[in-house]
Design a protein around this ligand. Sequence first.
Ligand code: ADP
Ligand code: MG
Length: 388
Amino acid sequence: MKKTLPLNPGSDLGMMGGGQLGRMFAVEAAYMGYHVTVLEPGKNPPAAEVSLHHIEKGYTDAEGLQMLASRCAAVSTEFENVPAQALDTLAKDCFVAPPGRAVGFAQDRNAEKAFIEYEAKVPVAPNCAILHAEDIDKVDVSLLPGILKTARLGYDGKGQVTVTTIEELKEAFESLNRVECILEKRLKLHREVSVIVARGANGQTATFPVCENRHSRGILAQTVMPARVPEQTATQARAYATQIINALQYVGVLCIEFFVLEDGSVVANEMAPRPHNSGHATIDACWSNQFEQQLRCMTGQPLADTTQHSPAVMLNLLGDIWFDGETYRDPDWQSVLAVPGVKLHLYGKAQARRARKMGHITCLGKTLEEALKRAKTVAEILNLPEPN
Ligand code: ADP
Ligand code: MG
């Protein structure tokens, strides 16, 4: 039988997916006395090591979902491509946050952009859907130069082609195997930022301070928190994030990526229906963090205070730092850990591979300058892109 909210400490909580986001959630849950069960088909996933149970079944496996639903009073997800149908199945027996409908929007860039622009009334880059080759003939050339993105399953810059002419757009659509796409006008970006926003079951909302993000080879490399943008820009981004989460009637943690343009205006880019890599600094830099917030949302508890207590620079650790040329060896952790203000997070993945997210480091300081200086020292030791 469905339990009523709030779910108190001691309750069992389920997580769809056993990656690093599930792992960090499980650690927070353990701090607060909740027990976590992870559903994930892979063997020994990062989250299983710190969870009470691991159901080693597929995300749509009826038996697996049944086991999860019977054990847990509430279920959340750590990846956006969780089948919305699986969430709907679970919702019959337990509280599911976020709801399948909202997760569905985040799985299709066309639906997502339309929702943000027309339902949430938040600006996005000019765009049009390219579902069939014929759609290309109707393209407004003011969208060029643009970026053609696959509507589904794109991440870390994968499934994207920059196009400057209609001819190139045709070629790009072919190169993406004619799957459903969106064409977006390429904007001149001044900064990329993101907002981690949460909405509780009773409609209460909270945002963490704005994150400023830098990517390297399409993958998030660095987040500076708080973002170095004017107060007004930060307030606008947080307000837009709140507008979007309210329009979605969402319950849970949502990350919205924004572009800040040269004139200071803010446009929404995409959303992730879960905690996000760019929000990891909240763990060490804020009074609460995005995973605690996820837990509070799914259990119907009051939202946590999102105040930031220390300026922070988060550096992602990819598998590349385990390689010295062709030699596989441990990074120089001892030197890293000797830097003051450094918090090391590793996700417990057995094998480092190039471009694989293995962990992150948050560098704290009394000032942002100090945090940045420490991040530069760490980056030099580990041979990471230079923070700035
Ligand atoms: P992903 O799912 O791969 O993160 P994004 O839509 O966030 O896809 O695009 C990846 C990156 O490409 C962005 O972080 C940004 O740097 C760049 N980008 C995406 N869309 C635009 C755009 N319309 N104009 C300029 N740059 C863009
Ligand atoms: Mg992105």
